[in-house]
Design a protein. Structure first.
Lengths: 194, 195
C-alpha cells in the first residue's frame, strides 16, 4: 500500500538520526507522543527519510498493537532502514531511534526517582507527589476522552461512545479481566456493530 | 536476589515480586494486554491483581512518571521495578515492557500491509480503541478515589481536576503548560497542609 522510497544513508546521517532522537528524548515531557510533530518535521519534511503515509502508519499501528505506544518510534526507525534498502539497515534504524528516545529520559528519570525515594519523607517531596495527583488524574480522563473522540472521527456515532462508556463501567466496577472487554470490543467492531 | 537494593523501604503489608524474572514476566504480560496504551493495565495488574502497590503509591509514582521526560509507562515500569530491586529491577521491568511487544510489532508491520484495507480488521481496531478509552477512564476514576486522602482539600482537588479536563480534553491546551500551572497549584496547596 505504501509507495516505497529509496534513500541512501551515510554514517553521519545515522549519527544525525541518533542525536536527534537523544534530543527529542529530553524534550518528551508528557510522553513521547508529544514530540511527534517534531519527528514529522525532521523525518518527513526536512530529510525525506519517511513518506507521510509511512509516518502515519507507524503511529496508527503502534496505537493498535499491544504494548507501550512508544513503539511507534521503533517502527519509524525500522521504516527509515527499510527505505535505505535492507533488513539489516531496518534493525539498525530501529535500534538507533529506540535507544535514542529512551536512553536520556530513562537515565534522568531513574536518577530523579531514586533521589525522590531516598528523600520521600521531605515535606517538599511529599507535597509534590500528592499535589500533582489531581491534575495527573484529570490528564488521564482527558486522554480517554481524546481517544474516544478519535475513534469517533467519522462523525458522532453513539454506539462507539456507548461501548467506551460500558467498558469503563465494567472495568471500574467489576473484576472482569481486561482481555474479555477488549475482545468484546474487537468482535463488535469486526461485525460492524459499532 | 531476596534483599531489596533500595535501602529503607519498610516491610510493607502487601505482596512483592519474588524475583527479577517474576518482574520481567509480569511486565511482559501486562504490556501485551495494553491495546492503545498500557497504563490502565498497569493499574489493574499492579494494584488490584498482584497488589505490589497500593492505590496511593500508584498515584504518586504515576505523578512522577508523567512529569519526567520520556514515555510515561516506561518511566512507571522502571520506577516500580526499582522499588523492589534497585537498578536491576528497573532494567528487568523496562525490558519486560519493551522486548516481547517489540518483536510482536515487527511481525505485525509485515502483516499490516496485507490486512490494512480489510473492513473487519478496521472495525475491530475501532472497537478496541473505544474500549481502551473506557479502560483509561476507569483507571482514572479508580485513582480519583485516592484523592479523598489527599492533603489537597477535596474541593480544590475537584476544581483542579475539572479545570485540567476542560483545558486539555475540550480546549486542547498544550499538556506542558496545564501540568505546570495546575500542578504547581496542587503542590502549593499540599505543602501548606503537610507537616
Amino acid at each position: 500500500m505504501n509507495t516505497a522510497i529509496h534513500i541512501t544513508l551515510d554514517w553521519h546521517d545515522w549519527l544525525n538520526l541518533f542525536a536527534h532522537y537523544l534530543l527529542l528524548s529530553l524534550m518528551s515531557l508528557g510522553g513521547a507522543i508529544s514530540t511527534t510533530s517534531e519527528m514529522h518535521r525532521f523525518l518527513v519534511e526536512q530529510h525525506g527519510w519517511l513518506t507521510q503515509a509511512q509516518f502515519n502508519d507507524s503511529i496508527a499501528l503502534a496505537q493498535a498493537a499491544p504494548g507501550p505506544n512508544v513503539l511507534f518510534v521503533a517502527l519509524m526507525g525500522w521504516k527509515v532502514g527499510m527505505n535505505a534498502g535492507s533488513t539489516a539497515a531496518a534493525f539498525l534504524g530501529m535500534a538507533t531511534t529506540m535507544t535514542g528516545i529512551l536512553l536520556p529520559s530513562t537515565v534522568f528519570t531513574y536518577q530523579v526517582a531514586q533521589w525522590g525515594h531516598r528523600n520521600r519523607e521531605l515535606r517538599a517531596v511529599r507535597a509534590f507527589k500528592q499535589g500533582m495527583a489531581p491534575v495527573v488524574i484529570a490528564l488521564l480522563l482527558s486522554t480517554a476522552w481524546i481517544l474516544a473522540s478519535s475513534a469517533d472521527a467519522a462523525g458522532v456515532q453513539w454506539p462507539l461512545w456507548l461501548l467506551a462508556l460500558a467498558s469503563c463501567l465494567v472495568i471500574w466496577r467489576t473484576k472482569l479481566h481486561l482481555l474479555w472487554v477488549l475482545g468484546a470490543g474487537a468482535l463488535l467492531g469486526a461485525f460492524g456493530l459499532v | 536476589m531476596t534483599s531489596p537494593t533500595t535501602p529503607g523501604q519498610p516491610a510493607l503489608d502487601h505482596p512483592r515480586p519474588a524475583s527479577l524474572l517474576a518482574l520481567f514476566l509480569a511486565f511482559t504480560i501486562l504490556a501485551l494486554q495494553g491495546f492503545g496504551g498500557v497504563l490502565a493495565v498497569v493499574q489493574r495488574e499492579m494494584v488490584e491483581r498482584k497488589r505490589w502497590l497500593t492505590q496511593d503509591e500508584f498515584v504518586e509514582d504515576w505523578a512522577v512518571a508523567q512529569i519526567m521526560p520520556g514515555p510515561n509507562v516506561v518511566n512507571l515500569s522502571m520506577m516500580i521495578g526499582a522499588r523492589y530491586f534497585g537498578l536491576r529491577g528497573a532494567l528487568a521491568a523496562l525490558s519486560g515492557m519493551l522486548a516481547v511487544p517489540l518483536v510482536l510489532i515487527l511481525l505485525l508491520v509485515t502483516l499490516h500491509a496485507r490486512f490494512a484495507d480489510n473492513p473487519q480488521v478496521i472495525g475491530a481496531l475501532r472497537g478496541m480503541a473505544a474500549v481502551s478509552a473506557g479502560l483509561i477512564a476507569a483507571a482514572g476514576l479508580k485513582m480519583a478515589a485516592s484523592l479523598k486522602r489527599s492533603p489537597v482539600p477535596l474541593p480544590w482537588c475537584l476544581a483542579i481536576g475539572a479545570a485540567g479536563f476542560v483545558l486539555v480534553a475540550l480546549l486542547k491546551f498544550p499538556l506542558f503548560y496545564v501540568l505546570l500551572a495546575l500542578g504547581s497549584l496542587g503542590c502549593v496547596l499540599a505543602y501548606r497542609t503537610l507537616r
